[in-house]
Ligand binder design. Structure first.
Ligand code: PAF
Length: 281
């Protein structure tokens, strides 16, 4: 496995692979990899070569968010990438990705206005801009994203289609800890007490999913049951519990189309997300 830090090095390696007729999969990450990322890398092994980008993208963090404290450990990341079968790590510095005079952005409109877009107004612009740059640098055939960030996945699919990017976007299932908590680099922020409290997210998601699978179509009832579970935990503060159309991310009242039920909850100062989607209409 090779590790490079510059755009020109990635381009040189990927061009050679393409000359040899190989397909390339990209797994974009912000580092501090866990089994969720490794499942994306393993899925990307359906390509001849797998590139993992490790870049803590400042543009997708708001001024009061956790950019400075976000966990980093490139040695650990290298091991995780190697274990999962990556061929190349691209780990640029911010200066390599954003020149001093940087002034071009990618914005997706309606899909980014709901859910996390309300609390994190600049987040998706940062995500779409960096993902577009990574696509232009790596020129992958396929790119892999986790369904835990379901809105991000929908936004990136929309962007790729709208802007005619010739890249297949693959969504991969949420990977959970044994007790149900969705894997996230941000779980490392939790104290022991908060780690226990954080279980209310997956418990709420499980309850909601069971209700919907058993035929409940009234979103208010599902949301209310999920909200009750989360509110039963004193350390939890709800950002949102919503059911939206999977296609438009706009809230729906009744489940008669594919939907996303998503939660964002502060456990202490850590904001965690989880969700389930329901497609069988
Ligand atoms: O999901 C993430 O880790 C990030 O948003 C991504 C897609 C790597 C862009 O920085």
């Amino acid at each position: 496995m090779t590790v490079v830090n510059t755009i020109s090095e990635v381009r040189k390696i990927v061009k050679q692979w393409k000359r040899e007729g190989m397909t390339v999969g990209l797994v974009p990450t912000m580092g501090y990899l866990h089994e969720g990322h490794q499942s994306l890398i393993r899925a990307a092994c359906e390509n001849d070569k797998v590139v993992v980008s490790i870049f803590l993208n400042p543009m997708q963090f708001g001024p009061d968010e956790d950019l400075a404290s976000y966990p980093r450990d490139i040695q650990r990341d290298k091991t995780k990438c190697m274990e999962a079968g990556a061929d190349l790590i691209f780990a640029p510095d911010p200066e390599e990705m954003y020149c001093d005079n940087f002034q071009s952005y990618v914005d997706v409109d309606l899909l980014t206005k709901e859910l996390c877009g309300l609390t994190r107004p600049c987040h998706f612009r940062g995500v779409c801009t960096v993902v577009t740059k990574l696509f232009n640098i790596v020129t992958p055939d396929r790119a892999y994203f986790g369904q835990k960030d379901a809105q991000q996945l929908a936004v990136i699919k929309r962007m790729t289609e709208d802007l005619n990017m010739d890249i297949e976007i693959i969504g991969c299932p949420i990977v959970r800890e044994k007790d149900g908590l969705a894997k996230s680099s941000r779980n490392t922020y939790l104290s022991d007490e908060e780690r226990k409290a954080a279980l209310v997210l997956s418990q709420a998601v499980k309850l909601g999913e069971n209700m919907v699978n058993n035929g409940e179509k009234d979103c208010e009832k599902v949301i209310s049951a999920m909200t009750d579970i989360i509110n039963s935990e004193p350390l939890a503060r709800i950002d949102y519990v919503k059911i939206t159309s999977l296609l438009t991310m706009q809230q729906v009242k009744h489940i008669d189309e594919p939907v996303l039920a998503a939660v964002a909850v502060y456990i202490g100062r850590t904001r965690l997300i989880d969700n389930f989607s329901f497609n069988q209409i």
